[in-house]
Design a protein around this ligand. Structure first.
Ligand code: GLN
Length: 448
């Protein structure tokens, strides 16, 4: 813990990954644990970790990188956080993010921007950009992110680390401040596949406090690791992911990793995800609709920021929300409310829900031909801060990641080298059938 805190002190002035550093509190806990000696029953005993700042932490400020929750200190832990604490992990900080997880670069934080540790003029990706940067900068051993449309995989790819978005329902969302409830999932961001397996092992499982967490057995993820080759594994390569619009350096690094898989014995087959072109439109309708509903709870009465000068109730709601939410959040609330309003609901929300269903069927068909799907995480490597000022340009960064959320399937980003033009990390994405995390971890570890 002390080494990590030193590392934070040395790197934070440039990287700015953390909104809160628990400092002395973490050290005291570490010292107390140390004086009792190692506890073999705790698989993460003494491991310093960082959490994305939308996971409720008892007694530790939780802001969602928003002014509206600037001073919010939860009185309970998210289930995933409670499980990590029980396993002996020590929380040393809370990571910066796009406000309410809306974004792909962490530039939408209400507080400050985070630099990519590989080149601090570039973004770390988002929305879990602080989590990606803190791991890549060596400030902690693992971090938690959340992924609604790619927010674990994209920053993992941009920062050159491992990021795993589990199957929807694999990890409890209790205590995760919701963005798009039918899409959100918590997952580990780590230096290695093995570390991701260790983190997932602790967090996975049914939770009576989250009715969407699924009651299926949790396999032994660590036992699945250590395979020597990829004999018998079939990898599907979706045509739509490997064509137009992909930067040459990303294509080259990802193709080299595919060739390596083939050399290790994997068979590759082309597959079709023919609705990929509709994924962005579908996702942004559903995500904004859910966001507008989820964010209605921030009314200045029960949580966070309140305009004390308001003269009457409606004025207080309006002015508190106007002051508390940033531009992107307001844009999404307005769009989400629009697609849900009567007269437009059938034209937008209902249609998107139907496309979502078809998209899931596309995946089912693809998985009749292969065990896992592989493709790039993002068409580019980390871009320069300020480069994507147009929100639509930013949304296009999610083209390859959002389908897994719409279909509820697991997805993962594995670092596969540096782009030859930018010198920045490239991530290869894996997607698989529901609850295939053990297979995904074993294949990626073999390739690591
Ligand atoms: N970039 C996407 C969005 O802004 C995904 C964000 C996320 O996964 N939290 O909605």
């Amino acid at each position: 813990v002390r080494n990590c805190l030193d590392r934070i002190e040395a790197t934070e002035p440039k990287v700015k990954a953390l909104i809160t550093v628990t400092g002395d509190e973490a050290l005291q806990l570490a010292e107390a644990m140390d004086s009792e000696g190692p506890d073999a029953s705790k698989p993460l005993w003494g491991v310093p970790i960082v959490l994305k700042d939308l996971l409720a932490t008892k007694g530790i400020r939780t802001t969602c990188a928003s002014k509206i929750l600037d001073n919010f200190v939860p009185f309970y832990d998210a289930t995933a956080v409670a499980k990590l604490r029980e396993a002996g992990a020590i929380i040393i900080g809370k990571a910066n993010m796009d406000e309410f997880a809306m974004g792909s670069s962490t530039e939408n934080s209400a507080f400050f921007q985070t630099g990519n540790p590989w080149d601090t003029d570039r973004v770390p990706g988002g929305s879990s950009g602080g989590s990606g940067a803190t791991v890549a900068a060596g400030q902690c051993y693992a971090a938690l992110g959340t992924d609604t449309g790619g927010s674990i995989r994209l920053p993992a790819s941009f920062c050159g680390i491992v990021g795993l978005k589990p199957t929807y329902g694999r990890i409890s969302r209790f205590g995760l401040i919701a963005y798009g409830s039918s899409l959100d999932q918590i997952g580990p961001m780590t230096r290695s596949v093995e570390d991701a397996a260790r983190m997932l092992q602790v967090m996975a499982g049914h939770d009576p406090k989250d009715s969407t967490s699924v009651d299926v057995d949790v396999p032994d993820y660590l036992a699945a690791l250590g395979r020597e080759n990829l004999d018998g594994v079939t990898i599907g390569l979706p045509e739509e992911y490997w064509g137009e619009g992909l930067d040459a350096e990303v294509e080259e690094a990802c193709k080299a990793a595919v060739a390596k898989m083939e050399a290790l014995g994997a068979k590759t087959v082309p597959v079709k995800l023919s609705l990929t072109d509709y994924a962005i439109a579908t996702y942004y309708i559903i995500a904004m609709a859910e966001a507008s509903s989820n964010l209605s709870r921030f009314d200045g009465v029960r949580f966070g920021h309140r305009n004390k000068n308001a003269s009457e109730l409606i004025d207080m709601y309006t002015s508190s929300r106007t002051e508390g939410f940033g531009d992107e959040v307001q844009r999404r609330i307005i769009m989400g409310t629009y697609v849900l309003s009567s007269g437009y609901y059938d034209a937008y929300y209902n249609k998107a829900a139907k496309v979502r269903r078809l998209l899931r069927e596309d995946f089912d068909k693809a998985f009749e031909q292969c065990d896992l799907i592989a493709g790039p995480v993002c068409p580019t490597t980390a871009f320069k801060a300020g480069e994507k000022a147009d929100p639509l340009q930013m949304y296009l960064m999610d083209i390859f990641t959002i389908s897994a959320n719409l279909a509820g399937l697991p997805g993962m980003s594995l670092p596969v080298g540096l782009g030859k033009d930018s010198g920045m990390p490239v991530g290869l994405q894996f997607m698989g059938p529901a609850f295939c995390e053990a297979d995904m971890l074993s294949v990626t570890e073999c390739l690591e």
